[in-house]
Design a protein. Structure first.
Length: 600
């Protein structure tokens, strides 16, 4: 019998080859070939066999370390941990200061997610790990692979510096960078998601697996599934009061918002995120100067779609803060030699001096003429960052309400009055009954002690006193017996003693044990909170020895640094310690979460 295409599953060429071979086989050969063919696996069996091989391949353990200021890095780390576990990966998650650095050489795949604090410094909860890694105690990491996700703010000179430093140091220690570092600006969601997807895809590919990574997995730090940065709650304004006294050169708003129906929850130490909008006057001036049609439709992307130029400049893109990356992008549309020289200059001071206090309109006026259509806006400008404010109340004390303390930013530059984006909007453009888009931002790095008996020392200047109002409301509501001590500073006693009546009431009732204030402009010699600390150095040190938790909230560049130096001096003097021993003492406080800072 001859094989043919029509009576067999073979094509013509295969049938001809078989017809030539089969007649020449012996009976023994035919029997052997029959058994061989029966033993061959089917395509389905082959795939199952390959899957078994892959599943038996050793899976590398993954360790995620995060350092965070505002909670964004923590939320990203938690989201990615969840995704990795859903893809059957062995993953361990640690806040950097809770990770034992001596075990680092045992790590297989290391993923670092970190923000950068101030001018290139690591977040407080990453300091000890950062210092260990950059010391001569750090081990060689030849068997470790790593990748870094860095969060930052491009308006700072040392953009994403902490992530860059980790990335470089791990390489110096011999670790293998298995995926490139990703640097993210304030609108971090999209690039962070991209990094997470690509890292996961690579890890799965190595195991012969398909990744399971749904789109839009990142959820901003929020205590509610329903409301977040991308889906804010529209909260009604119940109060909007200037709490500075008459004659003050400052304006501080106490803002109360209604949370009824939101199911939003927060703890003392958390922050309120407000979605801001740019001032319409600035938006109009920019469009008029550039000759842009406010009603022209421009494409923003798949998430937003097509909107008008006015809408884009009002609610989507930042217009009040200049950055070097923005000037570099703008220079492609200008023939200004002054702009090009500024960008090329090696003198960082030149750039810093120009950027300070200027906005987009300044740059457009200074470096024209421009060949810049409005359709280029999405390619040039970064997204308008949310504003975060320390929450100033306890839910136990004020159910269905959230309070914040906002200093209105006003200044004049180059003959033009300027306003803070969010603070100016709240001071001048909203009324009682209006609504603001908000969400809750967790801050697990600024928390009351779990033990209500523990003493607390709270140090703050200006609006930095806001979270302490929530701390004491909470301690009052739960009847916490622990001692409390507040150091508060501002310019003038008569006009700038924020929440004065409430502090004094709590002092009389025993909710607040001690109160020390420093008003810098009331005397010829300026006195700040760090001076009050030094005056009470022995008692303050005694509180620390008793187990007190110390909190600092306020300006990072000046106040927080001065307070830290005062604290070092107090520990040296009262503890009879060397500077190295004092630093080790404070490092131990950090490790025990007894020295917490919320600085900006």
């Amino acid at each position: 019998m001859q094989l043919q295409e029509k009576n067999s599953p073979f094509n013509q060429q295969q049938a001809e080859l078989l017809n030539q071979l089969l007649p020449n086989l012996t009976e023994n050969q035919r029997m052997w070939l029959s058994g061989f063919l029966a033993a061959l696996p089917t395509e389905k069996q082959e795939k199952a066999f390959q899957t078994t091989l892959n599943s038996e391949a050793p899976s590398r353990g993954i360790t995620i370390l995060y350092g965070t200021d505002t909670g964004n890095a923590q939320q990203l780390a938690e989201d990615f941990t969840k995704q990795l576990k859903e893809n059957n990966k062995q993953v361990s998650l640690f806040l950097m200061d809770e990770f034992k650095p001596k075990t680092l050489k045992q790590v297989e795949d290391l993923l670092i997610i970190t923000s950068t604090h101030g001018d290139g410094d690591p977040p407080d909860n990453a300091v000890s790990f950062y210092e260990f890694l950059h010391s001569n105690r750090a081990p060689k990491l030849h068997d470790v692979r790593f990748s870094v996700l860095a969060l930052g703010d491009s308006s700072y000179e040392y953009f994403c510096q902490t992530g860059k430093a980790f990335d470089q140091r791990l390489e110096e220690l011999g670790a293998e960078r298995f995926f490139p570092r990703k640097d993210c600006d304030l609108d971090f969601e999209e690039p962070a998601t991209e990094w997470m997807e690509q890292v996961l895809a690579l890890l799965c590919k190595e195991q012969g697996e398909q990744k399971n990574f749904p789109k839009a997995t990142i959820v901003e730090a929020t205590s509610s599934v329903s409301y977040s940065k991308k889906n804010p709650f529209e909260a009604e304004i119940l109060e909007n009061i200037n709490i500075n006294g008459r004659g003050s050169n400052k304006e501080t708003r106490h803002l109360v918002l209604d949370l009824e129906g939101s199911n939003l929850h927060f703890d003392p130490g958390d922050s309120l995120g407000i979605i801001p909008v740019n001032h319409p006057r600035l938006v109009d001036d920019i469009m008029e100067f550039m000759g842009w049609n406010p009603d022209e439709q421009i494409s923003i992307g798949k998430d937003i779609g097509t909107i008008t130029t006015r809408k884009a400049l009002t609610s989507i893109y930042e217009t009040t803060k200049l950055t070097k990356p923005l000037l570099e992008k703008l220079s492609r549309f200008s023939e200004s030699e002054t702009l090009k020289a500024l960008i090329r200059s090696d003198d960082r001071k030149d750039m810093k001096d120009y950027l300070e206090g200027r906005d987009l309109l300044d740059a457009l006026q200074d470096f024209g003429p421009w060949n810049l259509p409005a359709t280029e806006i999405p390619n040039l400008f970064r997204k308008l960052p949310v504003r975060l404010y320390s929450i100033a109340n306890s839910l136990r004390s004020s159910p269905d309400e959230v309070h914040v303390t906002i200093r209105t930013v006003r200044y004049n530059k180059n003959g033009r009055d300027r306003l803070g984006v969010c603070s100016g909007h709240i001071a001048e453009q909203v009324e009682i009954g209006d609504r603001l888009p908000i969400f809750i931002q967790r801050n697990d790095s600024f928390r009351l002690p779990q033990n209500p008996d523990a003493p607390i020392i709270m140090i703050g200047a200006g609006t930095g006193v806001a979270p302490y109002r929530s701390f004491l409301e909470e301690r009052e509501a739960i009847g916490a017996p622990g001692k409390s001590w507040l150091f508060f500073g501002d310019q003038h006693f008569r006009t700038d003693f924020l929440y004065q009546v409430q502090w004094q009431k709590w002092l009389q009732e025993g909710v607040l044990t001690k109160l020390d204030v420093a008003f810098s402009r009331d005397n010829a010699e300026k006195v700040y909170v760090q001076h009050r600390m030094l005056e009470k150095s022995k008692e303050l040190f005694d509180w620390l020895v008793e187990g007190a938790y110390l909190y600092v909230c306020g300006d990072e560049k000046h106040m927080a640094k001065d307070v830290h130096q005062a604290l070092l001096s107090i520990v040296e003097q009262e503890g009879n310690k060397s500077r190295d021993e004092a630093e080790a003492f404070i490092a131990k406080l950090r490790e025990q979460k007894r020295y917490q800072r919320d600085v900006y």
